[in-house]
Design a binder for this molecule. Structure first.
Ligand SMILES: Nc1nc2c(ncn2[C@@H]2O[C@H](COP(=O)(O)OP(=O)(O)OP(=O)(O)O)[C@@H](O)[C@H]2O)c(=O)[nH]1
Length: 486
């Protein structure tokens, strides 16, 4: 089977291999290009976009707080003993509205009063845990800090405060001022970034504490060091104190994650933009599967078409090698095999078998008078008559030009002679013009036959020789007759 269809199998493998190779090569190229463009362009650009939005939305309060801390009105009001509280309340209200903030505040180092947009909120105390931030900022080396905390003045909403140090004209610490944004507003902002850019965005402080993350972030982790996979690249993220972006990769829970990190010096935070490679690759992977399915379909269709063609071609070859093209009967070569098998069969079953040699009388004259096409028609018609007159098990073969050989299985000499006689009579009575347009008037043809019964252990040549002699006798004795060999 493999030998017969070997070429077909190889061609199918070659075709399928070619398709798979080009599909996989295309996939790998797309994957590399995608990975490279994510790492080198898409994620850094997203980082840049987020950063510029951050500058607009978060750094604005830093600048506003800086302006408050450097405002001569604020400093003078504090240096003059914080007399008219209405003035500072009005000022803070104005700043809050102008900056669209949830709170604006000022805490005096002198009186420890905490002012906000609605007036005096409270007096802070050194041991109070909620007021620890003030003493931290008081001792701060930098001008300001950003701090995520609950806002007492705003129903304890989680708020990001910008705490800016106020100094007098000699540089002495006067107090702290600034504004605050609720974290919810920021989180919404990040969510809108995430939706817009379809990536995960989070902020972590210098120690790795996750300060802000969109709704996709698992709230279980409080620090970068606790996020599986991300913890492997956390040291590199935290070590990056330059504003240039850093490209990293780590194995996340759902596959490779590409990460772009940059340090925001204004906040002292690290901005992380992440993308799951698999999510981006899914359309390319789907395309690969579609390609492979189409390739498999094409390969299968071509293989089936080729299989049918090869089978038809082989059948035609086998048929043309064993049959006579004109009459459709077995040819002499094929008959040899059939005869050998039949004679063995007859000997085994001890059944008689006869060979009949049939020759058309004066066939040359038919050709000469009516032409070769009519001669061919006569040959085909005689083959058809013989096939119709004989049993299915009898073998019919075109022996030569106008000679036919018939093998009658399980048949005695007497019976064979009678069958041959019937066939001769049928042919004699046949009007060959009925089945062709080549002849306009009735035409009859006669045949002569020689019959011989196969003897035990007799060779093929010997049987045909005896049948031929009987045929010769029929020809000699006037043709249109059946003779048998003793
Ligand atoms: N049309 C046609 N003629 C063929 C074919 N094969 C052989 N012949 C012709 O058959 C004729 C046989 O002629 P002969 O051997 O002289 O025998 P015959 O004319 O039948 O005379 P007898 O056998 O003595 O009755 C030749 O003219 C061959 O050319 C064939 O396939 N088609």
């Amino acid at each position: 089977m493999f030998k017969k269809y070997g070429l077909l199998v190889w061609l199918t493998f070659l075709l399928a291999g070619g398709f798979i190779f080009t599909s996989v090569a295309g996939y790998l190229t797309s994957k590399n290009t995608l990975q490279q463009s994510l790492a080198e362009q898409t994620l850094p650009i997203t980082g840049d976009n987020v950063y510029s939005e951050i500058q607009k939305d978060i750094l604005r309060p830093v600048f506003a707080s800086s302006l408050m801390a450097h405002d001569t009105f604020v400093r003078d009001w504090m240096l003059n003993g914080e007399e008219d509280q209405e003035l500072i309340t009005k000022y803070l209200k104005e700043v809050k509205i102008k900056n669209n903030a949830v709170t604006s505040f000022l805490v005096s180092n002198q009186t420890l009063h905490y002012y906000h947009a609605d007036g005096l909120l409270k007096t802070i105390k050194e041991g109070e845990p909620r007021d620890v931030w003030f003493y931290r900022v008081k001792n701060l080396k930098a001008d300001y800090e950003t701090n995520v905390d609950v806002d007492l003045a705003n129903h304890d909403a989680v708020t990001i405060f910008v705490n800016y140090r106020i100094k007098d004209y000699q540089g002495q610490f006067l107090g702290v001022t600034g504004i605050g944004l609720t974290l919810d507003t920021l989180r919404q902002l990040i969510d809108s970034y995430q939706k817009r850019f379809a990536r995960r965005i989070m902020f972590a402080d210098a120690s790795g504490k996750i300060m802000l993350a969109g709704s996709g972030h698992s709230l279980k982790a409080q620090r970068l060091q606790e996020v599986p996979g991300l913890n492997t690249v956390t040291p590199a993220i935290l070590a990056n104190k330059k504003s240039q972006s850093l490209h990293l990769e780590y194995a996340g829970e759902k596959g490779t994650v590409l990460l772009n990190s940059r340090f925001l010096p204004e906040l002292g935070w690290h901005l992380l933009v992440e993308q799951e490679l698999d999510t981006e690759l899914r359309p390319v992977q789907n395309m690969l599967l579609v390609n492979i399915a189409i390739s498999a379909g094409i390969t299968l269709t071509i293989a089936i078409i080729m299989l049918f063609m090869v089978r038809r071609y082989q059948q035609r070859l086998e048929r043309s090698a064993s049959t006579d093209a004109l009459t459709g009967l077995l040819n002499r070569q094929a008959f040899d095999f059939v005869f050998k098998a039949a004679i063995l069969d007859a000997e085994r079953s001890r059944q008689p078998m006869c060979a009949v040699l049939l020759d058309i009388d004066f066939f040359k004259k038919v050709n000469d008078k009516h032409g070769h096409l009519v001669g061919d028609h006569v040959l085909k018609e005689i083959a058809a008559i013989a096939r119709r007159s004989l049993r299915e098990s009898d073998v019919l073969c075109r022996w030569g030009g106008e000679e036919f050989l018939i093998l009658l299985k399980n048949c005695t000499l007497e019976k064979a002679t009678s069958i041959a006689e019937n066939l001769r009579g049928t042919i004699e009575g046949n009007d060959f013009s009925r089945t062709t347009d080549l002849l306009k008037t009735r035409m009859n043809v006669t045949v002569s036959m020689g019959v011989a019964q196969c003897k035990e252990n007799e060779s093929e040549d010997s049987v045909f020789e005896r049948a031929d002699q009987a045929l010769y006798q029929a020809k000699e004795n006037g043709r249109n007759s059946v003779y048998f060999a003793e």
